[in-house]
Write a protein that binds this ligand. Structure first.
Ligand SMILES: [Zn+2]
Length: 501
């Protein structure tokens, strides 16, 4: 559960609970999900999956434009693959789960309405094994599959609901505000002001622990992952800061902490031999560290730590440390060091798409697009599902001025990942603009904005495209898109109005 810097979850949960407005309850197509107890209409917990999803979509659309939202393909792909593996063992299979990274060095994770789960980069960095991350994620997925928000299993108070309604009002303002997304971001930020604990009820937490534990063990992770994470952090300095607001996760999960006390003295709970972490885990963990290090004042300390790990550790863990150092050096334009660290990263490990991605990115950073293309292309043949490689290949083609080839390649990738990677549409738009197809470029940009939830911006792009084209069929297609977008915006507006009133 949550409370990231933006405290989105709190806002959301409150907003969701406020939905108990009679108008929503009587709306058609809002059937109560089967198999879950209804807390009763009088308690205002009748939130249909469709409505919950609509609200979640709106909140995440605002969140995607927040600077803390992680757009990195490797982190998001890794987290979503993990979520898929866990959700396969969820009791209710139809549930939508979409995980995103949050750029924040603190330990936290949270579930929003509609199945959106945020995982802080700090949580990944502080984990010592894949099962620890999976443990927290399983717990959050359980909040989703058990529909704890919709069932009203939170400790919300009236005052918080009012505060949350203001979030909906801010989202509404953003929706009306055209291309200006600043107010949408403010809506996210406002949640931080709601500093009271919303938290799920104790029953909900117990259920999430139980259901999460089941998923975790069935999916082949160490079933003690969540406990280990808690036990370790309990002894850390960060935990001691919990009282002063240092740790949101602990303040929202006191019950889990209580359960953990008997494990305090167990130094090594996890059986790392029986449940080894994947190589991908170590590379993604290093990537998360790089992302959250970029603007930190303690870069030097982190570099020292990584160099120590690179010398001391073995296998993928060691390789990941050198890869992170290579990325940090590349960002500082220290390309000779970056290349040297990359060579260290290759030693003593299996070939990896993560290493090839850095090799291609490094070539691209040095304006060697031909080399970047050749590395990315051959790596993508070996690991066709590694999206970061596809993004680099497209950028390299574009830099080389091979627009037709880039467009064809991007269209193939978009077919493969129609909604996972807005950046593919953005790259396509740039490519079409460069090859003098302005109307098509605007349509691709509109797709990008739709995926990122910036509907007014999408509308503006479509209207410009409509004016540019003389082709009748093309005009009809754009008109149809405009109508469907208008309908969606009207629907969003009405959802928000219900929440904010
Ligand atoms: Zn929880």
């Amino acid at each position: 559960m949550l409370r990231m810097r933006l405290s989105v979850k709190q806002k959301i949960a409150a907003v969701v609970l406020a939905v108990s407005a009679p108008a929503l309850v009587t709306a058609p197509a809002l059937a109560q999900p089967m198999g879950l107890p209804n807390i009763g209409a009088a308690s205002g917990s009748d939130l249909s999956p469709a409505l919950e999803r609509a609200l979640g979509d709106l909140i995440i659309a605002s969140g995607r434009r927040d600077p803390t939202y992680v757009h990195d393909a490797e982190i998001n792909q890794y987290l979503n693959d993990m979520a898929k593996r866990l959700s396969r063992y969820a009791v209710s299979h139809a549930v939508h789960v979409d995980v995103f990274g949050v750029l924040d060095p603190r330990f936290n994770a949270f579930a929003l309405p509609g199945g959106y789960i945020g995982i802080n980069t700090g949580l990944i960095v502080q984990a010592d094994s894949e099962s620890e991350v999976a443990g927290v994620m399983a717990h959050e997925i359980a909040h989703v599959t058990q529909r704890h928000i919709a069932r009203g299993l939170t400790q919300q108070k009236q005052s918080e609901m009012i505060a949350l309604a203001s979030v909906a009002a801010a989202l509404l303002a953003a929706l009306a505000g055209g291309v200006n997304v600043a107010s949408g971001i403010a809506a996210f930020g406002q949640a931080a002001a709601i500093d009271q604990q919303l938290g799920y009820s104790r029953d909900a937490e117990r259920e999430a622990d139980r259901v999460g534990f089941h998923m975790l063990s069935k999916a082949g992770y160490d079933p003690n992952g969540l406990q280990e994470m808690f036990a370790k952090l309990m002894n850390s300095a960060q935990f001691n800061m919990a009282g002063s607001g240092g740790n949101a996760y602990f303040s929202t999960h006191p019950l889990s902490i209580e359960r953990m006390t008997d494990m305090q003295n167990r130094t090594q709970l996890l059986d790392n031999n029986r449940f080894p972490s994947s190589d991908a885990f170590w590379y993604v963990r290093a990537r998360a560290l790089v992302l959250q290090t970029v603007e930190r004042h303690d870069v030097t300390r982190i570099i020292d730590k990584l160099q120590d790990e690179g010398r001391r550790l073995k296998g993928a863990q060691r390789s990941a440390a050198w890869l992170a150092l290579s990325e940090l050096a590349s960002q500082r334009r220290q390309y000779v060091d970056a290349k040297r660290f990359l060579d260290y990263a290759r030693q003593g490990v299996k070939d990896s798409p993560y290493i090839e991605r850095q090799a291609a990115a490094l070539a691209l950073a040095q304006d060697n697009a031909a080399s970047a293309l050749s590395i990315a292309r051959s790596a993508l043949t070996r690991w066709p599902n590694h999206r970061a490689l596809a993004e680099i290949q497209a950028r390299a083609l574009q830099k080389l001025g091979r627009h037709a080839e880039a467009a064809k390649f991007l269209e193939q990738q978009i077919k493969k990942w129609p909604s996972e990677s807005p950046v593919l549409y953005q790259l396509l738009a740039v490519n079409l603009a460069d090859s003098k197809q302005p109307a098509q470029a605007r349509r691709a940009m509109a797709d990008y904005y739709v995926l990122t939830g910036a509907l007014p911006s999408a509308m503006a792009q479509l209207q410009q495209a409509r004016e540019m084209t003389q082709d009748f069929h093309e005009q009809s297609r754009i008109d149809a898109q405009i109508r469907s977008l208008q309908a969606r915006m009207a629907q969003e507006k009405s959802v928000l109005e219900k929440f904010s009133s």
